[in-house]
Design a protein around this ligand. Structure first.
Ligand code: SAM
Length: 225
């Protein structure tokens, strides 16, 4: 594939299908003024997450890896009044910008931002669930450090119910999931995640490869049986 063609096709998609999304453009413009990595989902992936949530009628959403809240806002956008996104990040700077993002989009009431290491936050969510303080999550988006993906999956399954959908991003990494050796912790995490999806009899999964202006990647999608 000529290297600039996926970029151009993304532009076509954005120009034709994403013209009525001023709020998301404003969020990205705000984030461009901030010292944060440009590792948010692209607009069409954000919208795809929103579609999955709306198609399922999901109300209780969990995100591992907030960054500045771009994907969070996509997932919160069309939730009903009793819906909520719980999102987790440990980076002070990201948290601060995410709070501003939720304020500027008027989404504060739909979002619970948990500040801390993902494993610890997931552990405390599990305690809340066992105490009957929160319901099971209907939809989960895993998008933090890939190294710990297998641990996140274990927690997410405990926090889910039959029918919950779990999406995990960056599962292909320019094909490194095949070509790179196991020394890179993130690649090891991705491989172990695939293995867990294969071996856990409670899970039914597939994965899709994606290409666009952010390169060649993909996501895994799992349904709890
Ligand atoms: N979902 C975001 C979006 O599309 O807008 C992008 C998330 S970014 C790829 C990954 C985030 O995970 C970063 O903000 C990083 O600080 C956070 N993160 C990485 N390791 C973490 C950990 N162990 N605990 C909590 N957050 C973590």
């Amino acid at each position: 594939i000529p290297s600039d063609l996926p970029d151009e096709v993304d532009q076509l998609i954005f120009n034709r299908l994403h013209t009525d999304e001023k709020m998301f453009e404003a969020v990205l413009a705000f984030h461009r003024t901030k010292p944060i990595p440009k590792i948010n989902v692209p607009a069409n992936h954000g919208k795809f997450l929103s579609f999955l949530i709306r198609m399922m009628g999901a109300k209780h959403i969990l995100e591992v890896g907030t960054l500045a809240g771009y994907s969070t806002v996509w997932m919160a956008k069309d939730l009903p009044a009793d819906g909520k996104v719980t999102t987790i990040d440990f980076d002070e700077n990201h948290i601060k910008i995410a709070e501003q993002t939720f304020a500027m989009t008027n989404m504060q009431d739909k979002i619970r931002l948990m500040h801390g290491r993902a494993v610890e936050c997931l552990e405390s969510l599990l305690k809340e669930k066992k105490a009957g303080l929160i319901p099971s999550f209907d939809f989960i988006f895993i998008d933090a450090d890939k190294e710990n993906n297998p641990i996140y999956l274990d927690y997410c399954v405990e926090l889910a119910r039959s029918g919950t959908v779990i999406v995990a991003d960056n599962m292909v990494r320019d094909g490194k999931v095949i070509t790179e050796d196991d020394k890179a912790p993130n690649i090891r995490g991705i491989r172990q995640y695939f293995q867990k999806l294969q071996e856990d009899p409670r899970l039914d999964s597939t994965a899709l490869q994606t290409i666009g202006h952010k390169g060649w990647d993909g996501f895994a999608i799992t349904m709890i049986k």
